[in-house]
Write a protein that binds this ligand. Structure first.
Ligand SMILES: Nc1nc2c(c(=O)[nH]1)N[C@H]1C(S)=C(S)[C@@H](COP(=O)(O)OP(=O)(O)OC[C@H]3O[C@@H](n4cnc5c(=O)[nH]c(N)nc54)[C@H](O)[C@@H]3O)O[C@H]1N2
Ligand SMILES: Nc1nc2c(c(=O)[nH]1)N[C@H]1C(S)=C(S)[C@@H](COP(=O)(O)OP(=O)(O)OC[C@H]3O[C@@H](n4cnc5c(=O)[nH]c(N)nc54)[C@H](O)[C@@H]3O)O[C@H]1N2
Ligand code: SF4
Ligand SMILES: [Mo]
Length: 733
């Protein structure tokens, strides 16, 4: 493919990068390596901050010994971590010590034949980017530069892009993750589930997990509350084609055929409605269109659902009654990564409706109403208005997309429609692992005049950049204040624990300097970020010194349940819970969820499913020596019967070949009874192709490479990825 010709991995002229790898003894090294040239420092000190090994933002306390970063633990004052980090957070030390880190800004030499990287100063990098951005603005308008960004670190770059005049800012956490869920819940209750999820897992008496594999999915607060709920004797119903860690704790495990959850949800609701087990007062008071909805359920008996889902009618009935017995403290968890089959917003709506029947929205043990501290924003000048509006969703093709669609920006970059996109800034998102169909991403990149990547390690996306900007890791920087929406109000501070070892810089500094080079200094009137913090905290009447000392400022308890006197409000058009949705009907969609059988794969192929491992985050932690020590490659889960049919033995290496002939890196086979035979499963994010990731390169296989196809959710533009099928090829191939 000629599109691939641009690919050259970081070849650095000048200083040797990552000459000596720390090996696998990073934990030990953590105590002995001088981290930052601060080694004159003696003794022990602790610094409160919050974690960034994923974007959950758990409060942490880092310990520095003789000037070197020593360990990270949970901050007991922080309500997200409750004093405990997940295994990834504890391993965060390894991010600071990673010998493969980016060290200095890099510029691709523009002669395409021999694309080489040169180390440049920050000013040279900014000047290069500024010239490109000014010429793009002149020729195509400011909207032609887009920003992809994930996590709180992107806040100041978002501000910069808006000041420059672009509304095209997107994160993969919408169209590749939770977007369909939030669309489904919005259509039903008028509000999102949001992040951190407003799920009252802790107080649930019955918890239903559909796919959502808590325990492998390690979002700390949720996992802690999950353990508490189980410890308190809550009933647990797990629906998953794979016997997950959570399934191992379940009172009822339902090994569903992949892609048939809507059939199960309809049958559950059929039982609850026909047996009149729903919360009748709640539905009568808050429901809209219940009669039409109830009538639509008539055909969807458990007997009807059985051949679709593979779940016996008695099990469907028993679990429906179990849920009803504990209402309203029955939480049917909405999941998070829900871009599965293309009907995901409707599946999420079915989950919302089941919760509505159980009366759990707004109630203890169901969904609480999040609260937040009142902290005024910084008074910046107004952003220039965008003449053309956002590029990602022309003509509101996806009428219920309430955030920007990453893949919509990619599409515009490929087609020039509705207008051309010529520059990308990419902050903390490895688009080659995060977006479906890598080839489309690479083709889009070929159309760009400018690709700037801000990263901490030489990720796959950095390998495609014109300019790579090395960021300080979270333990070395300030970020924006976290004014969280949660079950209790609080403000959290991320602050530097140790200095950066090389010429890495924090994102706020990068954004502010860049603004200077673009003539946008008026948008960054503060000189350093602490001045910005002080201003906002003072305006809100809070004490910055106390925040620095504790890492956290907590507010007084506020009511979060209807039981506490909070008034129910449903910001839908009817002002009620929409069992039947006139909005959907008007837009030409099914006003109540409808089941469509998922298309089968080619004969001899197995549906590829994927998920999380407790010790890794996406594609971002495999270079971290501590975390990769715990798990250095992924495996492909294959049912015993499937293994026999394909002559596979446990532990052998194979390659995966998908329906489009794309062949993966080698991956070890795990033969197991813990998965349905028609599908296989692997952990996301492995199989790195960036050679500069010395420790992670070539270990395990990448699910993203197998995801050449995706089904787009017609309601909100989410890209469903569980629609790919693989077969096995010899490892030697
Ligand atoms: N350790 C760790 N934890 C993380 C993350 C991480 O990177 N590492 N990432 C975080 C993020 S951003 C997200 S979005 C979440 C994602 O975590 P979840 O929201 O839990 O979602 P998935 O990863 O899609 O879930 C995968 C599970 O769904 C099952 N599954 C697949 N297809 C079907 C189906 O058709 N029906 C049913 N019922 N089940 C199915 C799979 O077998 C697997 O067990 O994890 C979060 N937590
Ligand atoms: N095939 C497939 N695709 C998926 C998923 C899947 O399971 N399978 N999951 C989907 C989901 S749920 C989500 S939320 C998205 C997640 O998508 P992303 O958030 O894009 O996840 P990563 O691939 O880990 O990319 C994170 C990037 O940030 C860099 N990074 C880490 N720390 C820092 C930092 O401090 N500063 C900067 N500047 N960069 C940093 C990492 O090196 C890495 O390059 O992916 C989605 N896409
Ligand atoms: S869930 Fe784990 S990795 Fe994510 S912020 Fe919390 S401790 Fe860090
Ligand atoms: Mo996600």
């Amino acid at each position: 493919m000629s599109a691939l010709s641009r690919r050259r991995f970081l070849k650095i002229s000048g200083a040797a990068v990552g000459a000596a790898a720390a090996g696998t003894a990073a934990l030990r090294a953590a105590g002995t390596l001088p981290s930052t040239g601060l080694s004159a420092e003696k003794g022990i000190r602790t610094v409160p901050t919050f974690c960034d090994i994923c974007f959950w933002k758990c409060g942490a306390i880092a310990t520095v010994r003789d000037g070197a970063l020593w360990k990270i633990e949970g901050n007991p004052l922080d309500p997200l971590s409750n004093g405990r980090l997940c295994p990834r957070g504890t391993g965060g030390v390894g991010a600071h010590y990673d010998p493969d880190r980016l060290r200095t800004p890099l510029l691709r030499k523009r002669s395409r034949g021999q694309e080489e990287w040169v180390e440049v100063t920050w000013d040279e990098a900014f000047e290069y980017i500024a010239q490109k951005m000014q010429s793009i603005k002149q020729r195509y308008g400011p909207e032609a530069v887009a920003l992809f960004s994930h996590g709180i670190g992107g806040n100041f770059l978002k501000h910069l892009l808006k000041a420059y005049g672009s509304p095209n800012i997107a994160a993969p956490s919408f169209a590749q993750c939770r977007g369909p869920r939030d669309a489904g819940f919005r259509l039903t209750f008028g509000e999102d589930v949001s992040s951190p999820e407003r799920t009252d897992i802790r107080n649930a008496r019955c918890l239903v997990l559909i796919g959502n594999h808590l325990g492998e999915n390690m979002h700390n607060t949720q996992v802690q509350e999950f353990a508490d709920a189980i410890g308190n004797g809550a009933s647990l119903i797990v629906v998953d084609p794979r016997y997950s860690i959570a399934a191992g704790k379940a009172s009822h495990y339902l090994p569903i055929k992949p892609g048939t959850d809507i059939a199960l949800l309809l049958a559950w609701m059929h039982v609850i409605v026909t047996e009149r087990l729903y919360d009748r007062d709640y539905v009568a008071q808050h429901g809209f269109g219940f009669e039409q909805f109830a009538a639509s359920l008539a055909p969807f008996t458990p007997a009807w659902a059985y051949p679709e889902t593979g779940i016996e009618p008695e099990v469907i009935e028993r679990t429906a009654r179990e849920m009803a017995a504990h209402k309203p403290a029955t939480l049917v968890h909405p999941g998070r990564h829900v871009t599965w089959y293309g009907d995901d917003a409707q599946r999420s709506r079915a989950i919302a409706l089941l919760n509505a029947l159980l009366g759990s929205w707004g109630r203890k043990g169901g969904f609480y109403t999040p609260v937040s501290m009142d902290l005024p924003p910084y008074p910046y000048p107004e952003y220039p208005p965008s003449v053309r509006g956002k590029v990602d969703n022309p003509g509101q093709k996806y009428p219920f997309a309430h955030e920007t669609i990453t893949t919509g920006i990619r599409e515009a970059t490929l087609t020039g429609q509705p207008y051309p996109i010529m520059g990308w800034w990419v902050y903390a998102t490895n688009l080659l692992h995060a977006l479906p169909n890598e080839a489309e991403t690479i083709k889009a990149i070929q159309n760009l005049d400018l690709l700037v990547v801000v990263d901490v390690i030489p990720s796959e996306i950095a390998g495609w950049a014109d300019v790579v900007l090395p960021e300080s890791v979270y333990l070395e920087r300030h970020d924006d204040l976290n004014v969280e929406w949660f079950r209790e109000p609080f403000i959290a501070l991320r602050q530097p624990v140790v200095a950066s070892p090389h010429d890495q810089k924090p994102n706020w500094w990068i954004a502010r300097k860049m603004a200077g080079h673009l003539g946008l200094s008026a948008y960054f009137p503060w000189n350093d970020i602490e001045e910005y913090f002080r201003y906002r905290l003072k305006a809100g009447g809070y004490d910055y010194e106390a925040l620095k000392k504790n890492g956290i400022l907590r507010g007084p308890h506020q009511p979060v349940y209807y039981e506490e006197g909070l008034a129910p409000t449903f910001p839908t058009p009817s002002g009620k819970i929409e069992f039947f949705s006139p909005q959907l009907q008007k837009a030409g969609f099914d006003p109540v969820p409808v089941y469509h059988r998922p298309p089968a794969g080619p004969p001899g192929y197995y549906r590829l499913l994927f998920g999380r491992a407790p010790v890794h985050s996406f594609s971002r932690t495999h270079s971290n020596r501590i975390l990769s020590d715990a798990m250095s490659e992924n495996e492909i889960w294959v049912h015993t019967q499937t293994a026999q049919q394909n002559g596979l033995t446990n532990g052998q290496y194979v390659r995966l070949k998908n329906q489009d002939g794309v062949v993966s890196n080698r991956i070890r086979v795990r033969v197991t009874e813990r998965i349905r035979p028609e599908c296989v499963y692997m952990v996301h994010g492995f199989g790195h192709t960036s050679r500069m990731l010395k420790h992670a390169f070539g270990k395990g296989a990448s699910d993203a490479q197998m995801v050449t196809r995706y089904a787009t959710d017609p309601l909100m533009g989410g890209t469903a990825m569980n629609v790919n099928f693989v077969t096995f090829a010899p490892a030697e191939a």
